[in-house]
Every structure is written in C-alpha cells, then in structure tokens.
Write a protein that binds this ligand. Structure first.
Ligand code: IPM
Ligand code: MG
Length: 353
C-alpha cells in the first residue's frame, strides 16, 4: 500500500473550499480503488487566514506545508482587498510567501484541449488542431521578488527584475527534461532585445542545451509569443519563461481550451510540491455550487503523478474526460443542461468505479 499521509489541504477563499472538497472526494475514491492511504491536514491561507489570524500565510500553515509530502490548494483572493492600493496585508501575499518560503521555483501549467469543447474556445477550430503545450514558469524570483520601493514623496516607484544563473539553470533543466518526454521542443520566451536579465536567460539556456541534444530549442520575444499563442498555438511544446512573462502567457494559454475551470497546475521545489487550479477565487460564485471543480480534481491527478501513481492519475483524467464527453458539466460548459459543483464531483467518482 502506497501512503501519502501528510497532504496539506489549503482551501483558501471564494470557491476554493468547494472545489477542494470535490478533489478530496475524488482522491478518496481513487485511493480505495488503488489501495492508497491518503491523509489530509487542513491549513489556512489567503483572506480567510487574514480574517482569522491577521496573516495571509500564518506560521502554522507554513509549518504544515514544510512537513507535508504535497500541498493541495484551492484559491486565494477577496475583492475587499483588490481596490485598495494602500492595504498593508493582502491575500496574494500569502501565496507569494508560500512560493518563496517553500522554494517552489517551477510552476508547470499544461494546456489540455478537449475536442468536445472546441466551441468554447475563442479561437477557430482549425487553429486548435494539435494544440498540446505546457508552460514552465519561474516562480520564486524575477520582478516579483526583486527589490521594490516607492519614493518617499510618492512620485516614483520601482520593481527590479533580478535573476541569478542558478535560478535559471534549475528550471531550465526541468523544462528540458519535460521536453524530452514530450515532442522534444523547447521555446525560451524572453525580451532579450531589451532586457539584460533576458540576455542572461538566453546565455544560460544556450549553455545547457547541448546536454539535451535531442531537444530542438527556439527563442522568441514575449510580445511575439503572445501573438503566436493566438495565431498558431500548435507550434509550441514546452515554453520556458520567467516569472512575470509566465504569469501573463499562462493566462492567455489557459483560455485556448475553452475554460479556465479545466486547467490544473503544479509548483515544484527541491522538497515541496504544490498543486492548484490555475483559476482564481471567483468570489461571485462562492457558495453557490456552480463553480467548475475539474481543474482542482485534475490538480489532484497531477499530485498523484508526482508520486508515480500514474494509473490512479490517468483514471481521474479519463473520468473527467468522460464527464465532458457525456455532458456532465457545470454551467460554464453548458448553459442549458448542467450539474452543480458537487454533482460533477459525484459523477467523476461514479465514473471511476
Ligand atoms: C497566478 C496569480 C498570482 C501570480 C497572483 C494571485 C499573485 O496570478 O498564480 O498566476 O501573479 O503569480
Ligand atoms: Mg496569474
């Protein structure tokens, strides 16, 4: 019996608690089928953690995450903080501090296409053919974490984009290894025509590339990459990029499939692994049983795969796919005939058996 006895469960804000609930339901069902022992420990993060402790990433949660074999997160964010640039504490700080303190340096965001949902994509069908890409986004450095300051007179502010060679190397190796297992193409996305830090990325990637001779490497400026994601997304296999560019491009890539509610992600560190849907806390839908739980359920599958539980992971992915094929979906994917958040979770459990 394979055991994962310490999975940290951070439900977070908005729809987070509901979608995490469905993922737990599915993980428990799959654990019976495959004789796994999964145990979950709850922790606070985000706005709810601010409300209860004053801190979006409390010490207790940090300790829980450090000891956990894996972390499953819902979402963080609450509109009551969004429109106040002077707010001293924000839910998102919890997420950023978690990434940094756990050293989750690589964020992996796959774009999976479901033929049945082509009509939901903002792109024409013929542009979607063959789309299967994965973004490797650096997550603990760059402009997000460089020195930042606002002048005392309030008339200027700065955020420094700082990268060290070792920070680029460690994610580049993971991206090359991923490419080797896929279609063997890696595209480094940067702004090397303007930014010194981007030129460092190019140098590092060029130096590493010969170690992965079977991978074809290309380079693209980020403005062009944003356009290419729309006009010809099928050209990409693995896209490797810095923190901020990855943030922007992964949102763009996420809608190719038709719904953000479908896409899982993994964040990998030296010792910790975090899995979360790429969508946000969607506060307008909180508590209404309408949010799509599939992205979180698929994040659960990514979690299992991280521990080589491939059969169980594939089982979940296939059950989700069958739900989509057979129309057991939330209203974001079918306005006329739909199930609720928990209804979709139940259906996926049923299809596992
Ligand atoms: C993401 C989000 C976060 C980010 C926010 C909530 C801080 O947009 O995970 O992509 O910018 O990294
Ligand atoms: Mg983002």
């Amino acid at each position: 019996m394979k055991q994962l006895e310490n999975i940290a469960l951070l439900r977070g804000d908005g729809i987070g608690p509901e979608v995490v609930e469905q993922a737990v339901k599915v993980l428990k069902a799959v654990s019976k089928k495959y004789d796994l022992k999964l145990q979950f420990q709850e922790g606070l993060i985000g706005a709810i953690a601010i409300d209860e402790t004053g801190d979006p990433f409390p010490k207790a949660t940090q300790a829980l995450c450090e000891q956990a074999e894996a972390i499953l997160l819902g979402a963080v964010g609450d509109p009551k903080f969004d429109n106040n640039p002077d707010a001293k504490v924000r839910p998102e700080q919890g997420l950023l501090r978690m990434r940094k303190s756990l050293g989750l340096f690589t964020n992996i965001r796959p774009t999976v296409m479901y033929a049945e949902l082509a009509d939901f994509s903002p792109l024409k069908k013929e542009r979607l053919e063959g789309v299967d890409l994965i973004i490797y986004r650096e997550l603990t450095s760059g402009i997000y974490f460089g020195e930042k300051s606002t002048a005392e007179d309030g008339n200027s502010a700065q955020d420094v984009c700082y990268y060290e060679v070792s920070e680029i190397e460690r994610i580049a190796h993971l991206a090359f290894q991923a490419a080797q297992k896929r279609r063997k193409k890696l595209c480094l996305v940067d702004k090397a025509n303007v930014l010194e830090s981007s030129r460092l990325w190019r140098r590092v990637v060029q130096r590493i590339a010969p170690q992965y001779g079977d991978v074809e490497v290309s380079y693209m400026f980020v403005d062009n990459a944003a356009m290419q994601l729309i006009v010809w997304p099928a050209q990409f296999d693995v896209m490797l990029t810095s923190n901020m560019f990855g943030d922007i491009l992964s949102d763009a890539a996420s809608v190719l499939s038709g719904s953000m509610g479908l896409l899982p992600s993994a964040s990998i560190g030296a010792e910790n692994f975090l899995f979360e849907p790429i969508h946000g806390s969607y506060p307008q839908a909180a508590g209404k049983d309408i949010a799509n739980p599939m992205a979180t359920i698929l994040s659960g599958a990514m979690l299992l795969r991280q521990f080589d539980l491939d059969a169980a992971a594939t089982d979940i992915e296939q059950a989700v796919h069958r739900c989509i094929q057979e129309g057991f979906v939330t209203q974001d994917l079918n306005k006329e005939q739909f199930l609720g958040t928990s209804g979709v979770g139940d259906k996926i459990v049923e299809l596992l058996r």
